[in-house]
Design a protein around this ligand. Structure first.
Ligand SMILES: [Zn+2]
Length: 452
């Protein structure tokens, strides 16, 4: 099948392969826009305003959530995409809803799902939608796996969807699971002539949110962008529930649906200008556009932008992603990438220092006690190179502190310390002075001999 051919050839030109093998049977490859007027039985349908033909080799990576470029859409134009199917229970409902509005979309199918429901893949084609692929097993963290395994995931996914179609091949469109981009993956897909689709905005329909929430997010984010690629999932019941309202609202707000298909020798790419592939190209009418151009090196690493929170999210459709701040509560955009209002990691606790000071344990007297056996050993042992330091008893701390503190700093003032110790010895009591000698340096250890 096509996928296997791709593995063997490694870097074919997709269009050439298609000319030989596909015979114009790309899923959704026939550009026949269905306007609202052409939607029998649905006079108020949203419709599909136009078909955009793209050449993946000219624009290998699109979607401003991760890349500098996106589809060359006009203001208020929207491209709908659905991931992770086909799952008949929900995918069929999605198809019915789209059909009721004569809307064409792009589906990124998973190889395993295509194996389980090949008729679901064929339904997508029969309905005229574009069919891209989304790996074989939808691995999370494709960026962390070996390039060999990543290639296998890509190749197997294409092969499975191709097998499900029976004839023809999926479009050379690929969405990386979890948007977990990696240089090796991108290079490999580019070598195959396959276009990587990120997205321009999400509706969080893989999270455990209500369908109303999905609707709200889809509309709000679209309004924020004005146009773009919306990422949805055709395996989620909340998406099924939200989609009719989304489409109706798009119609009410004057949005238009664009269907995207890959270029073929028979159907060349829609003519575009480079700046049209930027979400918000600089306007020629704005004064700043007349300033000297910014050097290219500023954008040299733009393609290396990590996925926003997405980057770290490794989300899996159908699983929830835990964040301290929801994605919708964004405060600003960085190159079109929404950032959470606050960092999603827990804040650091601040402990009151005064409390810590109060709870510090008081050293026990026994710490300063030297056992009889050890004391005898100290007296018998040869002088150490390390000076023992005078250790004040609690009872004499105030008077001896000045002398011993200086000693502890390595600047012995033996005169005062010795004088102080001798005064104790002369005064009797239970104190004993142990002296150690090393060369001309004399050390003094004061020990409180305790009676138990
Ligand atoms: Zn997915």
């Amino acid at each position: 099948m096509i996928g296997n051919v791709l593995v063997g050839v490694r870097a074919p030109l997709w269009a050439i392969l298609c000319a030989v093998l596909c015979s114009g049977l790309f899923a959704g490859g026939v550009a026949q826009p269905a306007s609202a007027a052409d939607c029998p039985g649905h006079p108020g349908a949203l419709g599909t305003s136009r078909t955009l033909v793209v050449d993946p080799r000219e624009h290998p990576r699109i979607g401003t959530m991760q890349y500098p470029e996106t589809l060359p859409l006009e203001d208020h134009e929207v491209v709908l995409t659905f991931d992770d199917g086909p799952l008949p229970r929900y995918s069929n409902q999605i198809l019915e809803i789209l059909a009721s509005q004569c809307v064409k979309a792009t589906f990124f199918t998973i190889g395993r799902m295509a194996q389980a429901s090949p008729e679901g893949v064929r339904k997508l084609r029969e309905a005229g939608h574009s069919i891209g692929t989304h790996s074989q097993d939808h691995p999370l963290g494709m960026k962390r796996m070996s390039i060999e395994r990543a290639r296998q995931e890509i190749d197997d996914g294409i092969a499975s969807v191709t097998a499900a179609l029976g004839e023809g091949a999926p479009a050379p469109f690929f969405r990386i699971p979890g948007l977990s981009r990696a240089d090796g993956v991108e290079d490999y897909l580019a070598s195959l002539g396959i276009q990587i689709w990120s997205a321009d905005f999400l509706a969080d329909d893989w999270r455990h949110v209500s369908s109303s929430r999905v609707y709200d997010l889809a509309i709000k984010r679209l309004e924020d962008h004005g146009k773009g690629i919306l990422l949805l999932h055709d395996i989620q019941p909340r998406t099924v529930a939200a989609l009719p309202r989304i489409l109706n609202e798009l119609k009410a707000r004057g949005y238009r649906i664009v269907h995207v298909v890959p270029a073929t020798p028979e159907q060349p790419a829609t003519p575009t200008e480079p700046q049209q592939w930027q979400l918000h190209p600089p306007s020629e009418t704005v004064a700043i556009s007349h300033w000297p151009k910014i050097p290219n090196f500023v954008f040299a690493d733009a393609s290396m932008l990590p996925a926003p929170a997405l980057s770290d999210l490794d989300w899996h459709d159908g699983r929830s992603m835990t964040l301290a701040e929801p994605f919708d509560r964004v405060k600003r955009l960085v190159r079109g990438v929404p950032l959470p209002r606050e960092a999603p990691w827990p804040r650091q606790l601040t402990l009151p220092q005064e409390d810590a000071a109060i709870t510090l344990p008081v050293p026990a007297e026994s710490i300063f006690e030297i056992r009889e056996g050890l004391r005898a050993a100290m007296q018998a042992a040869p002088p150490s190179r390390h000076a023992e330091q005078p250790v004040p008893s609690r009872h004499q701390t105030a008077s001896a502190e000045a002398g011993s503190r200086r000693t502890l700093r390595g600047r012995p003032h033996l005169g005062r310390a010795r004088q102080h110790a001798v005064s104790h010895l002369a005064g009797g009591g239970s104190r004993q002075v142990v002296r150690a000698r090393k060369g001309t340096l004399k050390h003094l250890v004061q020990v409180k001999k305790r009676s138990v």
